[in-house]
Design a protein around this ligand. Structure first.
Ligand code: ADP
Length: 540
């Protein structure tokens, strides 16, 4: 017996061709640096991506060559997302928020040959000069700036309409690469294949995941240099959805204006973005007419329960998801599956604040030193995952030590519980756990509870050394502007929800928290700063 199906490769070239053929009318709107809105249709996108692929081939791009981008979210970045892999190259999105020396280190480590850069970001490229040598630098004149020699002008390259002979692509060919954000050490490169990106796009478009449809208008706020903007450029193009790209304008008011003007139905970003949006909506609830039920995919860090509740009050729906650079990134998403549902609102929101159920083809387990943790919603273990869009190695094999188990599972470094129904809850990253007298205290649980206090804008909980208990939790709290919060009030607020040993020994009030370029709290920096904190009695 043999299967009689065709051998048909899963490649991004199919998504690009389909987009041009079936959805030429779908819109791609981009906010430009001057604040104006630029409008294209998929027909333009298809033609221009083909021209860019031809231009790259004419410049000498060979199979597997890396093409770096240093770009905001806009139509030209979308063109690069498809043109580079369809020309046989590998799209490497550089994180423009990192220090230029770090970007240069990453570009060198990846072996990037060409760079495509927005004219408004040229100052960053200038500061990398001497540290990295791109053979060609292509400048997108987004703000209409003159392109300095010897750089090439993106629009002129496309206008020359070089002929393009698409290479025969295999589904295992490399198509893209991203580096981890480096909160756990030196950034590590992850290389995605055509197949992994296509399967990730298919699965993340499913109704219970992001539910992306042709009728959607999708606004990726998450930068296109942050793990492929969570796959949205691929998944939304796959179904022919409209795009509304924010360009460099990520302030809450500009985003809300864009949502209203372009009738956005699906948007995505890290919790810090949504905290700002929420404040703007709370201040002026009647100002914007948003699409009812607009979905907001929140990931990269935990979406606090209070945030999910608050957006519900505005008629907007938070979709909480979990992922990592190594997982392409979407690996789990929260939705309510069939089965007994609680009518108690507290239980409902506690469930929605979990990171959710694994996507199809993603397998999960939580490992303890004694073996696999039971799915009881209480036993903590390190989350391990495997699946077709989970990395099986790094670009640099030297980075791989201990990251994969002997039987091939990827060790995430996240500590979780999994409940009887399969919902994952992230309680911490291994290195951020507070280990107090042999018990693990979840910093994420404490932080989520603290930001639920009406006087608290932001909070981080870290471990500080303690002679008696090894480590004790310390809360670093950012009060809301104009609010008075006291340690006593916060203690009283937390007391009913936590065991006594879990409560922070102290509360420190600060004006703001240090964050990484992708919105995660820099806990290592806080731990260093408060290493010798001596405020607590330690009598937990
Ligand atoms: P890095 O691992 O370098 O910080 P990533 O962007 O890949 O870079 O971050 C992945 C990590 O972000 C996960 O391992 C997890 O700790 C955290 N994370 C992502 N989504 C969530 C979420 N919904 N809730 C809690 N933590 C999350």
């Amino acid at each position: 017996m043999r299967a009689t199906m065709m051998d048909f490769p899963l490649t991004l070239a199919h998504i690009l061709e389909r987009a041009g053929r079936l959805f030429p009318e779908s819109e791609i709107v981009s906010r430009l640096p001057d604040g104006s809105l630029h409008r294209h249709r998929y027909a333009d996108f298809h033609r221009r991506a083909g021209a860019l692929a031809g231009a790259l081939a004419a410049l000498g791009l060979s199979r597997g060559d890396r093409v770096a981008t240093l770009m905001w979210n806009h139509h030209a970045h979308l063109e690069a997302y498809f043109a580079v892999p369809c020309a046989g190259g590998v799209l490497h999105t550089l994180n423009l928020r990192l220090p230029p020396e770090e970007i240069a280190w990453i570009a060198n480590h990846a072996g990037d040959r060409f760079l495509i850069v927005d004219d408004v970001l040229l100052p960053i490229a200038d500061r990398m000069r001497g540290q990295v040598r791109f053979e060609k630098v292509i400048v997108v004149p987004l703000a209409g700036s003159a392109v300095p020699a010897p750089c090439l002008n993106y629009e002129e390259l496309l206008a020359a309409r070089p002929p393009f002979e698409p290479p025969a692509l295999g589904e295992e060919d490399p198509a893209g690469m991203c580096y981890t954000s480096g909160t756990t050490g030196r950034p590590k490169g992850v290389v995605y294949s055509h197949r992994s990106l296509v399967l990730h796009a298919l699965a993340s478009a499913l109704p219970d995941v992001m539910g992306i449809a042709n009728a959607d208008a999708v606004c990726p706020v998450v930068p296109m240099f942050h793990v492929n903007a969570w796959g949205l450029p691929f998944s939304a193009t796959l179904v022919g959805a409209k795009f509304a790209f924010p360009g460099p304008h990520l302030d809450p008011v500009r985003l809300l204006d864009l949502y209203e003007a372009e009738r956005v139905t699906l948007t995505a970003g890290v919790p810090t973005i949504w905290a700002g949006i929420l404040q703007a909506l709370d201040r002026e609830p009647a100002r914007w007419k948003l699409s009812p039920g607009m979905r907001m995919v929140v990931g990269g860090a935990a979406a606090p329960e209070s945030m999910i509740r608050a957006f519900d009050r505005h008629g907007l729906r938070v979709i909480h998801g979990w992922g990592m650079t190594e997982t392409s990134p979407v690996a789990a998403v929260n939705y309510q599956k069939r089965g007994p549902a609680s009518s108690d609102p507290d239980e409902h929101y506690a469930l929605r604040a979990k990171q959710g159920l694994p996507l199809p083809f993603v397998e999960i387990r939580a490992m303890t030193p004694g073996g696999e943790a039971p799915w009881d919603g209480a036993t903590m273990g390190e989350l391990e995952v495997r699946g077709p869009w989970i990395a099986g190695g790094y670009h640099d094999p030297g980075d791989e030590a201990a990251q994969w188990s002997a039987d091939g599972w990827f060790r995430t470094g996240d500590v979780v519980t999994i409940d009887a129904r399969g919902y994952i809850k992230i309680t911490d990253r291994i290195k951020d756990l507070v280990k107090s007298g042999g018990e693990w205290v979840s910093s994420v649980d404490l932080e989520n509870a603290l930001v639920g206090h009406p006087g608290v804008a932001d909070a981080a909980v870290i471990a500080v050394p303690d002679v008696k208990w090894g480590e004790r939790p310390l809360a670093i709290v950012v009060p809301k502007a104009g609010e008075e919060v006291t340690e006593a009030a916060l203690r009283e607020f937390l007391a009913p929800r936590f065991a006594r040993f879990q409560l922070p020994d102290g509360f420190v009030f600060v004006p703001g928290l240090p964050r990484t370029s992708t919105g995660k709290v820099l806990k290592a920096t806080l731990r260093d700063e408060y290493r010798s904190w001596k405020g607590g009695s330690g009598d937990a």
